[in-house]
Write a protein that binds this ligand. Structure first.
Ligand code: NAP
Ligand code: ZN
Length: 349
């Protein structure tokens, strides 16, 4: 089947409308008519090959929501008409210890929703800036939010799980002081989720105009991280800091805010490395600096259910498909509150 998509033929080329092929659903496949797709900063990094290794044409998009159009003969978990989501993973080896634990995100054979290996043309996966996608049932999530929230659910499929998973892993419940650094697509979800989990949440932003918003998102306190006095007020006080910043910056400024045995986890993937932190900031207080990548499929479903129960969705700004380049430029200026979502219906004309 041929469908419309937005993608780019080269790293230095703007995204444009193109036609792509989708496979016919196999016995375990779900064919999804995409309704909305969130715009992640990873889409921009990869469309422009900032992490190197992008295969072209590149059709980004891994915050996919839509309706099941058809299912393969063996599919029991989804039915035509269901509201479903697809995040960053469309396949994995299904045979390793990580897959057995539902941590497909750490499987060496994980196939990303775009730029991953596949038999389908053109030999690498093409993502959600497109009218439809065909995905193995294991990687298709159920959406139980009310249908009128569908667009605002899309960002949960990456921004939601990428913040939910480390908040759960390192602990963000009552009695814990948790920092969230960078109030963008990921960070604004991190604040909402940590607040719903019961932590004392401190948002760190470089954008003074986001201070009031961050409180409304659920932050108990907000720090403008470029202000050293405000930072010093929080020295050695955090159990956990989730750092979502998409650009290189001084990690020591945040490591110094951790308690003894505290952890800062990086989820941002800047195009060039952070300046190396001072090891004594780790050694002196037995602190940890860690990383985390999205989350597995069972935890993604758990996160979607948690969000539905707590009435959590992303704060979004809807764009037309042909506004994608403007959206990328605004994202680079941290000028989005707080996630762009593409209305796929606008792709046709
Ligand atoms: P985003 O919406 O652009 O948000 C990033 C935020 O970082 C900005 O809103 C800004 O927040 C802050 N920031 C930007 N430039 C900065 C600078 N030079 N110094 C300090 N702060 C700066 O991006 P996103 O979609 O949330 O993604 C964030 C990063 O996570 C990206 O690198 C993305 O590729 C990565 N990511 C990783 C995973 C994973 O699995 N680990 C998953 C998804 C995305 P303030 O205005 O509040 O300062
Ligand atoms: Zn993403």
């Amino acid at each position: 089947m041929t469908v419309l998509a937005y993608g780019t033929p080269a790293a230095d080329h703007p995204l444009e409308r193109m036609e792509i092929a989708r496979r016919e659903p196999g016995p375990h496949d779900v064919q999804i008519r995409i309704v909305y797709c969130g715009i992640c900063h990873s889409d921009l990094h990869q469309a422009r090959s900032e992490w190197a290794g992008t295969l072209y044409p590149c059709v980004p998009g891994h915050e996919i929501v839509g309706r099941v159009a058809a299912v393969g003969s063996h599919v029991r978990s989804h039915e035509p008409g269901d509201l479903v989501g697809v995040g960053c993973i469309v396949d994995s080896c299904q045979d390793c210890p990580d897959c057995a634990e539902g941590l497909e995100n750490y499987c060496d054979g994980m196939v990303g929703t775009y730029n991953g290996p596949t038999q389908d043309p053109p030999g690498h996966t093409l993502g959600g800036y497109s009218q439809s996608i065909v995905v193995h049932e294991r990687y298709v999530l159920k959406i139980t939010h009310p249908e009128d929230q569908l667009a605002a659910v899309a960002p949960l499929l990456c921004a939601g799980i990428t913040t939910y998973s480390p908040l759960r892993h390192w602990g963000a419940g009552p009695g814990r002081k948790v920092g969230v650094v960078g109030i963008g697509g990921l960070g604004h979800m991190g604040v909402k989720l940590a607040h719903a989990m019961g932590a004392h949440v401190v948002a760190f932003t470089t954008s003074p105009e986001k201070v009031a918003d961050a409180r409304a998102l659920g932050a108990d306190e907000v720090v403008v991280s470029r202000n050293p006095e405000e930072m010093a007020d929080h020295a050695q006080s955090f159990d956990f800091i989730l750092n979502t910043v998409a650009a290189p910056h001084d990690l020591d400024a945040f490591l110094a805010l951790l308690k003894r045995d505290g952890t800062m986890t990086l989820v941002g993937g800047p195009a060039t490395p952070h300046p190396s932190p001072n090891v004594f900031n780790l050694i002196m207080k037995r602190r940890s600096l860690a990383g985390s990548m999205i989350g597995g499929i069972p935890e993604t479903q758990e996160m979607l259910n948690f969000c539905a129960e707590h009435g959590i969705v992303a704060d979004i700004e809807m764009i037309r498909a042909d506004e994608i380049e403007t959206a990328y430029e605004r994202m680079l200026k941290a000028d989005v509150k707080y996630r762009f979502v593409m209305d796929i219906a606008t792709m046709a004309g």
